[in-house]
Design a protein around this ligand. Structure first.
Ligand code: FES
Ligand SMILES: [Fe+2]
Length: 366
């Protein structure tokens, strides 16, 4: 490897530039599996505020409102659901799913100001999503989360979602998509044979092929739809540890503050033979598989994210993936809609399949 001539070329110690974005990203954020939300109101803490989520009794639809009642400040998550409204526990003002107060049991007239924020939601792929736009814009039609046909196939277990709080900005997690060089040291993969990133509009795709003696040859496709939701499917063949296997995972973030996010990891496996009618056994099976691979799967990055500094000016080398391109893609969610460059819609392919990366054996985690 060529190194600078230390006698003649002495650069000063590099100064890391570190700062956080000044606003939350715009887009759809997944907050969990559909079955996790019921008629019982629950408090959520995202985007620097508190929210209440509940399913309407009439519609079955998931509604999300600001959590605190503007009458005298009680927490609507301590209330109850009636029809599609949530009833405040303090004086029983009733708040409709559109955020308007629709009943006050002891008043003749509802104050005209009695409205709280109602957050757009969508339910698809057995998951719940919330729309966030710091400028107050409605969901963007083209950015709706699409139906994933693999999820819709019969024969999958339910999603298992695990949540971990991380005290860092969510951009640190996004970097993973382009970070070709971390798969050996962090995830224990001895070689990345193919590594392609595709940026197009609000989507960003990572195609990857890897080889591991125990896990076999893996083909994976991971796609971000907007800044918070990444769905990934992988099939492996030829490993010694398991028979050919197919699974899907979710790598997601929901910002809690500008310097923290909730990491949500989701997993779905093919239902093993004999477990077709036993949902509890399916859930146990997924949990066992997740635990078995936890130290080299999606949780392996956590200690890095938790302890790293955000770096605006990384020193990159030719073997790295398109980290800067990925960050430019992510930046579109951090500016108002009318400031997103038109070129962002173009399909751009970054093929970093060569050179092939081989890590020394002592860097491989077993
Ligand atoms: S504080 Fe909610 S009804 Fe009074
Ligand atoms: Fe990673």
């Amino acid at each position: 490897m060529n190194q600078p001539d230390r006698q003649q070329d002495l650069p000063p110690p590099y100064e890391i530039e570190s700062s956080l974005p000044t606003r939350f990203p715009r887009g759809w954020f997944c907050i969990g599996a559909a079955y996790e939300f019921t008629n019982e109101p629950v408090q959520l803490d995202y985007f620097g505020t508190s929210l209440v989520a509940y399913r309407g009794q009439d519609s079955g639809k998931l509604h999300i409102l600001d959590a605190f009642c503007p009458h005298m400040g009680a927490n609507l998550a301590d209330g109850c659901v009636k029809g599609d409204s949530v009833i405040c526990p303090f004086h029983e003002w009733s708040w409709g799913s559109d955020g308007f107060c629709d009943d006050i049991p002891y008043a003749a007239k509802i104050p005209t100001k009695a409205r709280i924020k109602s957050w757009p939601t969508m339910e698809i792929n057995e998951l719940i999503f919330i729309w966030n736009d710091p400028d107050g814009g409605a969901p963007i039609k083209e950015q709706e989360i699409p139906l994933n046909e693999e999820v819709a196939e019969p024969g999958w277990t339910p999603w298992i979602i695990r949540r971990v709080p991380v005290g860092n900005n969510a951009r640190e997690l996004i970097d993973n998509m382009a970070d070709k060089a971390h798969f050996g040291p962090v995830h224990g993969l001895p070689s990345v044979d193919k590594f392609v990133n595709i940026s197009e509009g609000h989507t960003y795709i990572q195609l990857q092929e890897t080889t591991h003696e125990a896990l076999g040859h893996a083909k994976s496709c991971a796609t971000y739809y907007g800044p918070g939701y990444m769905i990934h499917s992988q099939s492996t063949t030829g490993g010694t540890q398991h028979e050919s296997n197919r699974f899907m995972s979710l790598v997601m973030n929901a910002p809690t503050s500008l310097g923290s996010f909730e990491f949500l990891a989701g997993f779905k496996y093919r239902i093993p033979e004999g477990m077709e009618d036993d949902r509890d056994a399916q859930i146990n099976h997924v949990n066992e598989m997740v635990d078995e691979f936890a130290d080299r799967g999606v949780f392996a990055d956590l200690h890095i994210w938790k302890n790293k500094v955000p770096i605006n000016n990384p020193i990159l080398c030719d073997g790295d993936g398109p980290v800067i391109r990925l960050r430019q893609w992510y930046d579109q969610f951090l500016v108002p809609v009318d400031q997103v460059p038109a070129s962002m819609k173009e399909r751009k392919i970054y093929d970093k399949s060569e050179p092939r990366i081989e890590w020394p054996a002592n860097m491989i985690m077993e």
